[in-house]
Design a protein around this ligand. Structure first.
Ligand SMILES: Cc1cc2nc3c(=O)[nH]c(=O)nc-3n(C[C@H](O)[C@H](O)[C@H](O)COP(=O)(O)OP(=O)(O)OC[C@H]3O[C@@H](n4cnc5c(N)ncnc54)[C@H](O)[C@@H]3O)c2cc1C
Length: 488
């Protein structure tokens, strides 16, 4: 009997077939086993499966995919490297994930005007590596910079250790090309024009957590590498002395390029990790401080820092004696989150902001939360700008412990909000902290922000369910009306 050869695409979901026509057969994943690694990002306590993952190579393909999703009422979202820590790239609604990893070219470098143009999948650190031999670099340096993408950085308005002096991502973005949720391509900002009249839409897009549009090209500011750097490591017997030294350094008029802090549990973790540097195991806190700029004056700033630390009873303080030593200290710090895996099966990263002067009191609150929850909390953070990262250590195999960790995380954020701080400094709200938005915004303020999202994303197909708490009151009614229209 003659057997008909089965067509590979027979029985295939028609949406997958249509998306395949846009990006090509090899640039789409849709089988459950291939989709597994896209069920979460760096926020691993929540998982959900996407419908498909597509890998466009240019703006036209992104626009065509988005237009298709828009016309067919398919939820979709963008994904960079998936290092986000608040669940922004988790496909809550069985989204089509638009992965930017194939859009990873540097398109143009203009050293004279100190700017570079990159595609969104370009890896952060690669930018500095591409221009450092010419004496330039890109300032925002999240600790994940080895893998995270500039597109993801724009979406999260990423910060980093050196953002204390140089500012966060938004201060380094000069222009964006964006695909709106209906597929239209727009350009924001004009490279070389410092301040354009009208609303700052580029500022609005930066930090909007992938809910207003998909960034497809980015013009960034690049900086001249500083003439010199000096890095100081200070060990304290009391956390309070270390945290008071942070305020003292800033109020002495010194603006370090970076001012980082770790407490005892964090030090235990980094010393058990891949880049130990031999910190004494019995100290309660350390500060890693860097100053940079023209050589003249650097020594003086370091002397000033040493003096402040001595006044705060520092046990030992040293200055990096070589670039190699400085590099080791920074590797120890920048791999700090991952190093917690050496002392705990799981950890939850939190990201609150507080006025710097309230550091001693908020750290004490965090230690109290640790005691009452019975979970260890390591603190490793950007102390100079008051951006705390309590890392809650837990074991997800122990029944109830994940819930305990989440509760402790919320309590840490409440402690930050209660002193006039914020629930996120750089990791975003995502799905993780959307209910905690109520700690800092009233219902009316939240609704005003949701209306902005409606303007850009009226059918709520792009990254739905992120950033804002479950709406209440009139917002519910408006959504029902909108969803009815979208289905039509
Ligand atoms: C070990 C570790 C250390 C970290 N340290 C820092 C730190 O020091 N500072 C800091 O700020 N963050 C830090 N992070 C968090 C994370 O790396 C940043 O938020 C980073 O900006 C995310 O980039 P990504 O490419 O991984 O984006 P993803 O995780 O893929 O996506 C993040 C969000 O951006 C959206 N998105 C991605 N690409 C686009 C695009 N092209 N257009 C529109 N939206 C898009 C996604 O939909 C999602 O909502 C750290 C994470 C880890 C795991």
């Amino acid at each position: 009997m003659l057997k008909r050869k089965k067509n590979k695409r027979e029985g295939m979901d028609p949406h997958i077939r249509s998306l395949m026509k846009i990006v090509g057969e090899k640039e789409i994943l849709y089988k459950p086993e291939d989709l597994l690694s896209y069920d979460c990002d760096g926020f691993t306590v929540h998982k959900a499966m996407p419908k498909a993952v597509v890998f466009p190579e240019n703006t036209e393909e992104v626009s065509a995919i988005v237009r298709y999703c828009h016309m067919n009422n398919l939820p979709f979202l963008a994904r960079g490297a998936g290092t986000g820590l608040s669940g922004g790239a988790i496909p809550l609604n069985n989204e089509v994930i638009i992965s930017m990893v194939k859009m990873k070219k540097m398109l143009h470098v203009d050293l004279e005007n100190r700017q570079a143009v990159v595609q969104p999948g370009f890896v952060n650190l690669k930018l500095t590596h591409s221009i450092s031999d010419k004496g330039y670099y890109y300032a925002p340096d999240p600790s994940s910079q080895y893998v995270c993408t500039i597109g993801g950085n724009v979406a999260e308005n990423a910060g980093g250790a050196h953002c204390l002096k140089y500012g966060v991502t938004t201060n380094h973005i000069l222009g964006l090309e964006v695909v709106l949720p209906d597929g239209e391509v727009i350009e924001l900002g004009e490279a070389g024009v410092p301040d354009r009249p009208g609303y700052d839409l580029m500022g609005l897009l930066t930090g909007s957590e992938g809910t207003l549009g998909i960034v497809t090209t980015i013009t960034v500011r690049i900086l001249k590498s500083p003439q010199g750097k000096q890095t100081v490591l200070a060990y304290f017997d009391q956390v309070e002395d270390g945290s008071r030294a942070v305020s003292d350094i800033i109020s002495a008029g010194i603006v370090p390029a970076a001012l980082e802090m770790m407490d005892k549990t964090a030090i235990e973790g980094v010393e058990a990790g891949t880049y130990p540097v031999g910190h004494p195991p019995d100290i309660e806190a350390l500060l890693l401080i860097e100053v940079d700029g023209i050589l003249a004056g650097l020594e003086e700033q370091v002397e000033h820092i040493l003096e402040v630390c001595r006044k705060r009873n520092v046990r030992e303080v040293k200055v990096a004696s070589s670039e190699e030593e400085r590099g080791r200290w920074w590797a120890n710090r920048k791999t700090g989150f991952g190093a917690m895996g050496a002392i705990s099966p799981d950890y939850l990263v939190q990201d609150g902001v507080i006025p710097r002067s309230r550091l001693p009191e908020v750290l004490q609150n965090i230690y109290d939360i640790s005691r009452t929850s019975g979970l260890r909390i390591a603190n490793i953070f950007h102390a100079g700008d008051g951006n705390l990262h309590p890392l809650i250590l837990f074991d997800s195999r122990v029944p109830g412990e994940t819930e305990k960790a989440l509760k402790a995380g919320t309590e840490c954020l409440k402690a930050c909000a209660d002193v006039g701080g914020s629930i996120t400094g750089e990791h975003g709200v995502g799905i993780e902290k959307k209910e905690e938005m109520r700690f800092i915004f009233t219902e009316e303020e939240l609704e005003a922000q949701m209306r902005i999202r409606e303007v850009f994303n009226p059918y709520d197909l792009l990254n739905k369910g992120k950033l804002f708490p479950t709406p209440s009151r009139c917002m519910d009614v408006k959504k029902i009306v909108k969803e009815t229209v979208a289905v039509k």
